[in-house]
Design a protein around this ligand. Structure first.
Ligand SMILES: NC(=O)c1ccc[n+]([C@@H]2O[C@H](COP(=O)([O-])OP(=O)(O)OC[C@H]3O[C@@H](n4cnc5c(N)ncnc54)[C@H](O)[C@@H]3O)[C@@H](O)[C@H]2O)c1
Ligand SMILES: O=P(O)(O)OC[C@H](O)CO
Length: 364
């Protein structure tokens, strides 16, 4: 139990009631944190056997077999029971099923609850982020996004970790900081919900590329170049879509990019690594056995960038490798020989670089 949970218990405040929708590794780790902080936590999942195992052994054998879950977490397949009286609801469900699960929950959602998404993905129809789905389905004003460099197994292992709660509602920010912040999990606040959520979804694309580069034997210079150019590309995309580029300097931007592009614990990195070893996309996905959101995100972002005229050479290159059979090495070479560009576009624009080249050509 963390120090902060002791503080909570010694105060006279009523016990917070938390519901977590999703039985995957991050949902489970977050449920355990909230319980460490003294909350009554109920977790909803589809699989009755897994629910029974969590209740009996305080272990999630499917997603987090090696970690102890706080015994105060109770799991169930009964959505009504899980959401009963919940003041804070966390939705940790892959993007493809997110709206369906929120719809199942609707009868027990009310306008006093705080609703959080932890999902780093995009809905194809309308290019919607998960908090937008929460907003559309519930009409709530207490909506937030939890995102940051948060590999679930490290969180479950109580490695010192930081995350971001992003919401334009100050109450949501402060309540979530209090509910989840403890001596191994620090929660920073942001009011750029869109930027934070976009950062979490976009970095998955580049984690696939980083895994692929590692499997191909490319070195640290390459990884550093990839991450930095990824940050430039993510920020460019975000600015075009109206997010604040400064958000990408924070935990949910560069922070999450670093961890996901560096760790074999990342599912997106692992898919990329398998592709770099020569497996097909289907083989890589089958071997993973879990959802790597970046596969779908690369397609959606590449299509959106093409529609909106946003320059995204890395996303385009990865799309060609994943879905059009391009060779990873050939694509890497092509990107290296791409048109001359600028380092930091907010300092020197790409247009200024290409104009200098055109003028140089004219003057021989
Ligand atoms: N795992 C991590 O390290 C991590 C860290 C930070 C954020 N996230 C994000 O949080 C989200 C949840 O991640 P996770 O690792 O907890 O879980 P996950 O993405 O592996 O899957 C979550 C759960 O959703 C369930 N599920 C899938 N389809 C469903 C459906 N149609 N109906 C009901 N349940 C369904 C699965 O059975 C599983 O219990 C992800 O989208 C991810 O981007 C994950
Ligand atoms: O396992 P991934 O690739 O979905 O990434 C996990 C988290 O998003 C890391 O912050």
């Amino acid at each position: 139990m963390s120090d902060s949970s002791l503080q909570d218990q010694s105060s006279q405040e009523p016990r917070l009631k938390v519901a977590v929708l999703g039985g995957g590794s991050f949902g489970t780790a977050l449920a355990s944190i909230a319980a460490d902080n003294g909350a009554r936590v109920r977790q909803w999942l589809r699989d009755p056997q897994l629910a029974e195992q969590i209740n009996r052994e305080h272990r999630n054998g499917r997603y987090l077999p090696d970690y102890a879950i706080n015994p105060a977490v109770s799991a169930s397949v009964d959505m009504a029971w899980v959401l009963e009286d919940a003041a804070l609801v966390l939705v940790a469900i892959p993007s493809k099923a997110f709206r369906d699960v929120v719809r199942q929950a609707l009868p027990w959602i009310n306008d006093r609850q705080i609703l959080l998404t932890t999902t780093k993905g995009i809905q194809e129809d309308g290019f919607k982020l998960m908090s937008q789905i929460l907003e559309e389905e519930t009409g709530s004003t207490h909506i937030g996004v939890l995102s940051g460099p948060n590999l679930a197994s490290e969180v479950a292992d109580k490695q010192l970790t930081a995350t971001v709660i992003a919401s334009d509602d100050p109450l949501t920010r402060s309540r979530v900081q209090k509910a989840l912040g403890c001596d191994y999990f620090r929660v920073y606040a942001s009011n750029d919900r869109y930027g934070v959520e976009l950062g979490g979804a976009l970095k998955n694309i580049y984690a696939i590329a980083a895994g692929m580069a590692a499997a191909l034997g490319m070195g640290e210079n390459t990884r550093s170049m990839l991450m930095t150019r990824a940050l430039a590309e993510m920020s460019r995309f975000a600015v075009e879509l109206g997010a604040n580029p400064m958000t990408f300097l924070g935990l949910a931007g560069v922070g999450d990019l670093i961890v996901t592009c560096s760790s074999k614990l990342s599912r997106n990195y692992r898919v990329g690594y398998a592709l770099g070893e020569g497996r097909t996309l289907q083989e890589a996905v089958d071997a993973l056995g879990q959802v790597a959101e970046g596969i779908n995100t690369v397609r959606l972002v590449r299509d959106k960038a093409n529609r909106e005229g946003i320059y995204m050479p890395l996303a385009e290159g990865l799309y060609q490798v994943l879905f059009e059979g391009a060779s990873p090495r050939g694509m890497a070479k092509m990107l290296m020989l791409n048109e001359q560009s600028s380092d930091v576009e907010f300092v020197l624009s790409r247009q200024a670089v290409s104009q200098a080249h055109q003028e140089g050509d004219i003057h021989g």
